[in-house]
Design a protein around this ligand. Structure first.
Ligand SMILES: Nc1nc2c(ncn2[C@@H]2O[C@H](COP(=O)(O)OP(=O)(O)OP(=O)(O)O)[C@@H](O)[C@H]2O)c(=O)[nH]1
Length: 324
């Protein structure tokens, strides 16, 4: 195994800390609703951006590269009328590798459990075979109420939005169809309200301050992966994985020490990630550290080692080790 190390020193300012409180066991208010929703749709349709916009904090990573969301991340939306727990899935697609197969299994088990499946269609792309394939798969989850969301309406004119709403309505008998823009904050309140209205009557499932039930360690690994994904070529995104070796709170000062591994599949990819004289990896470290400091609310020392795990996407043992 080969490796290259970069260390990142802490910066001085840090943002607000995130507090994950336990679910309260109070009696539900009259008519309060709470439940689970999953956004599905082709890669790049805006599922992660929508999740983050609804939750109001960065929980799912976003990227212009398709299929970069690999695990079910929950974001929690709090409203007076109820609570929405968003389960972000990696996306339904035809599996080509063992990783692809595992991701599809993860999607299936997630979708069997949720109360609502909201399928996303970008306003700026025609409905195609990929959308039809996913729409047909939704028949396998009869328990969930199906909702359609037309995303990115800021990118097209009104007529186009109307035409897309009509095309989407012809795919199935959706409980509702909502046009939105996550970037321009158009109709996000409607999404929250309508989705909560479709949830079962329930007491709150999470405490008021909770935004996600992912561990800090998982979120930190995702932030590093997101920083590493920025500006890399098309085939590399699927080859990247991050594991955390160690996280220590320093006793002598206010500092969180993180030792992480950034895994690639081939030696040639290692060179790309590291860049000339380590320049690219240096940028990745700086970006990741900034995002992590906002998450944990204190200065961070970040150490990233780039390691090669040959063809890990096709290797069951390696997949297990990388957390899939
Ligand atoms: N203009 C515009 N762009 C958007 C909007 N929502 C998302 N995008 C962009 O679309 C791209 C994909 O967004 P993501 O949220 O990562 O899409 P995703 O469906 O989660 O993608 P995967 O993780 O690959 O499944 C990003 O470049 C976003 O900035 C929107 O409302 N308006």
């Amino acid at each position: 195994m080969t490796e290259q190390v970069i260390t990142e020193q802490p910066s001085t300012d840090a943002g607000d800390a995130v507090d994950l409180s336990a679910a309260p066991d109070s009696v539900p208010e009259e008519g309060f609703r709470a439940g689970f929703v999953s956004f599905v749709g082709r890669p790049n349709v805006g599922k992660s951006t929508l999740t983050n916009a609804l939750v109001g904090e960065k929980v799912a990573i976003t990227s212009s590269k398709p299929q970069t969301t690999r695990r079910a991340i929950r974001g929690i939306v709090h409203a007076d009328t109820g609570q929405l727990i968003i389960v972000d899935t990696p996306g339904i697609h035809r599996p080509r590798t063992l990783l692809g197969q595992r991701l599809n299994d993860l999607v299936s088990s997630t979708l069997s459990d949720v109360d609502v499946i909201a399928m996303c269609f970008p306003a700026n792309e025609d409905i195609g075979p990929g959308d039809r394939f996913i729409n047909e798969q939704l028949d396998s989850y009869p328990r969930a109420i199906k909702v359609a969301i037309v995303t990115k309406i800021d990118t097209v004119g009104r007529d186009h939005v109307g035409a897309q709403l009509l095309a989407v309505s012809e795919l199935r008998d959706w409980a509702t169809i909502i046009p939105i823009s996550a970037i321009d904050d158009i109709q996000l309140d409607v999404v929250t309200r309508e989705l909560i209205a479709l949830m079962p009557v329930s007491q709150p499932l999470y405490g008021e301050d909770a935004v996600t039930d992912e561990t800090d360690e998982d979120r930190i690994a995702e932030l590093i992966r997101e920083a590493a994904l920025e500006g890399v070529s098309d085939e590399l995104p699927h080859s990247l994985a991050v594991t955390i070796d160690e996280m220590n709170e320093r006793e002598d000062k206010d500092l969180l020490e993180i030792h992480a591994n950034l895994w690639v599949e081939r030696d040639s990819q290692k060179g790309i990630i590291i860049g000339k004289g380590g320049s690219r990896l240096g940028d990745v470290g700086t970006r990741a550290r900034g995002a992590i400091e906002i998450l944990v609310g204190k200065p961070v020392y970040l150490n990233i080692r780039v390691k090669v795990a040959k063809e890990w996407q096709r290797d069951a043992k390696q997949l297990g080790r990388l957390g899939f």
